[in-house]
Design a protein around this ligand. Structure first.
Ligand code: PLP
Length: 368
């Protein structure tokens, strides 16, 4: 094969073509940064740290090997939809649509609500994709600060809702990065004042003491979003959105037709058939979280915040120094200080395995 010559400079510079063809706000955008983690104890992205036992991995390998990769995803996706509906106890009158992770569902919601002048609203600090996806679709994003204790500021939320009339309100329950569950009475009152839809994002439901399934039944304007990522399949990319049938069928029209690959579908089905193993892992993570909380509570100079998720936010005297020290000692966490002023000097630590957590604690202590 002959080698192609290097590209030649032409009279119309690529720069000018890009200015002509691409939207101007792309220049100011940062690509989503994934921290390099090779060789480190990876506690930065709320992954389930456990793998499947060898026998189950073997069985999964055989299942995936039998999948027809030459075919587009077809009826098998309906089997996954039914299995997820059963797993989540989808209420009567409700339906479920699938996303390539919740991230895609958040994009679909933005696409659905993208009319001139529309606003989406969420408490901040919160999950960054709500704002990213809204703004990319030309939607005005309203972030309403939490209180200093990371609770919902009810009066600020009410004022913002009345003023901006948001088409969609996102409530992450538990919230990311703060990891707490907000006051239920406040949530219910906010749902009642919402002029449009309320999306309750329960990515961390496997680790939380409460959920919003009853809200889905009580309020037709509520959509409940969940994902298999934090549950243990972050690499597989399956998220789902539940709501009233008529509402879901409208949103489903925006779903890319083959967004769940045949491999993702089969891996998700396999996980749901082995849900007991994932439940065991989640219980272990919750137990490890409690042990970490106890150890953090007696660590001088550190304030650990309550968590109903598989992460803990800690405030330290100097987050940049502690982050760097921990990384040097082989432990990767997330420095969330720059995300919002309320998170000044905060690190977000994912709960790891019983082997990883003592390593993390030792690195934290040595890096304060
Ligand atoms: C991790 C996370 C998600 C994204 O999950 P994917 O399904 O992996 O795209 C959604 N919401 C919140 C609050 C999260 O923390």
């Amino acid at each position: 094969m002959t080698q192609l010559p290097p590209p030649q400079a032409t009279d119309v510079r690529l720069d000018e073509r890009m200015q002509f063809a691409l939207r101007g706000d792309l220049r100011d955008l940062q690509a989503y940064a994934v921290q390099p983690s090779a060789g480190l104890v990876k506690l930065d992205t709320m992954e389930n740290p456990f793998r499947l036992p060898a026998a189950l991995r073997q069985a999964l390998g055989e299942r995936l090997a039998a999948v027809a990769l030459n075919r587009y995803p077809a009826e098998r996706i309906e089997v996954l939809r039914d299995a997820l509906a059963q797993h989540a106890c989808l209420p009567a009158g409700c339906a479920l649509t699938l996303g390539n992770g919740s991230d895609e569902l958040i994009s679909m919601l933005s696409l659905a609500g993208a009319v001139p002048g529309a606003s989406f609203l969420a408490p901040v600090p919160g999950f960054v994709m709500y704002e990213m996806a809204a703004r990319l679709h030309g939607i005005n994003f309203i972030g309403v600060p939490l209180t200093a204790e990371f609770e919902l500021d009810e009066s600020a939320m009410r004022t913002a809702i009345e003023r901006h009339r948001p088409a969609v309100i996102y409530l992450a329950y538990p919230n990311n990065p703060t990891a707490n569950l907000w006051d239920d009475a406040v949530i219910d009152r906010l749902i009642a004042t919402a002029p449009g839809l309320v999306v309750i994002d329960e990515a961390y439901q496997p680790f939380a003491a409460r959920d919003s399934l009853a809200r889905l039944v009580r309020h037709p304007q509520v959509l409940l979003m969940r994902t298999m990522s934090k549950f243990g399949l972050a690499g597989v990319r399956v998220g789902y959105l539940m709501g009233r049938q008529e509402l879901i069928s409208e949103i489903d029209k925006l779903r890319p037709p083959f967004n769940i690959s045949v491999l993702n579908c089969e891996a998700a089905l396999f996980a749901l058939e082995n849900v007991a193993e994932y439940a065991r892992q989640a219980a272990l993570i919750r137990l490890e979280r409690e042990q970490l909380q106890q150890a953090l509570a007696v660590l001088p100079g550190v304030r650990a915040y309550p968590s109903e998720a598989n992460m803990i936010v800690v405030r330290v005297p100097d987050a940049a120094r502690t982050f760097a020290g921990m990384e040097q000692r082989g432990v990767l966490v997330k420095n969330v200080s720059a995300l919002h002023p309320l998170l000044d000097n905060c690190l977000r630590i994912t709960v790891g395995t019983p082997e990883e957590n003592p390593l993390m604690m030792a690195a934290l202590k040595a890096s304060l």
